[in-house]
Design a protein around this ligand. Structure first.
Ligand code: FES
Length: 269
């Protein structure tokens, strides 16, 4: 059923408000933070090199390239070398990043944040907008944001894949034998799983999936416990969103710096 745009209840000029606080500060911070991440991650995804570090026997794979669909001879790729028919500009990251990227882009928290920061819809609560009606998410194109619940299933698979990468980061090749150890890169990879896990397991869609659709949870103790855990993470969803965003970018940066020989990975154990 199509819906007509709703007229805004009170017409204000763009930016006009009775608010006396710095309402513009949060959208600016979001714009700069999200903008910086988008620029860096797009560059890192296209560049197609220095995403894997095997120096000193380490096994560190950038989360932007995991799972590694195609790769070089000594890289942990699924299907070996990249086929010749594939255009040069298609990097292994471009083949997979649509899934975690789509999950984040359609996240309920980020939607509220980037609607304000990138196209002022709304500018902020009780602040005049640069338009006279509100279309909401009930029509195209924003109705497509409802796909978030399906991206959630993919994001959960990615948590498993990145956990495997963190596990592989605990094994170092010494004289042809794998031995257990911990390097700074290992901790960076573990941190990445923890922060992305905190973000993903606090997802609003997951919360609904686990308990939100039931009238009475008290008769299902295991589900109730899981619901409480998701709710606990969900309360700080914004914080998890930003920490995990920063850390996943830093994880790629750390491995890239090691692979380029700019930084040395310290072995702790
Ligand atoms: S609502 Fe933010 S990840 Fe689902």
């Amino acid at each position: 059923m199509s819906q007509a745009p709703l007229p805004l209840p009170q017409q204000r000029r763009f930016g006009q408000t009775n608010r006396t606080d710095a309402w513009w500060l949060q959208p600016i911070v979001v714009f700069l933070g999200l903008g910086a991440f988008i620029v860096y991650s797009t560059w890192a995804a296209f560049v197609g090199v220095d995403y894997f570090y095997a120096g000193q026997g380490a096994h560190y794979l950038s989360p932007f390239y995991s799972p590694l669909v195609f790769g070089g001879p000594h890289e942990p790729s699924m299907f070996g070398a990249k086929p010749e028919w594939m255009p040069l500009w298609v990097s292994p990251a471009l083949l997979i990043l649509w899934a975690p990227g789509g999950f984040r882009f359609t996240c309920y928290y980020y939607r509220g944040a980037y609607y304000k920061a990138f196209w002022a819809d709304p500018s902020n609560c009780a602040v005049g907008e640069p338009r006279s009606c509100y279309r909401g998410e009930a029509s195209l194109p924003l109705i497509l944001q409802n796909i978030h619940r399906y991206f959630l299933y993919l994001a959960l698979i990615f948590i498993l894949i990145l956990s495997w990468d963190a596990w592989k980061g605990m094994w170092f090749l010494t004289d042809g034998v794998e031995e257990w150890g911990i390097g700074v890169g290992t901790l960076v990879l573990i941190g990445n799983v923890i922060f992305l896990g905190g973000y993903t397991f606090g997802c609003h869609s997951l919360r609904h999936l686990i308990g939100g659709r039931f009238d009475s949870l008290s008769k299902k103790p295991a589900r109730m416990k899981a619901y409480e855990c998701v709710t606990c993470l969900n309360k700080s969803h914004m914080r998890w969103a930003w920490i995990s965003l920063f850390w996943v970018g830093f994880t790629d940066f750390y491995i890239r710096m090691c692979a380029m020989g700019v930084w040395t990975d310290w072995r702790i154990i």
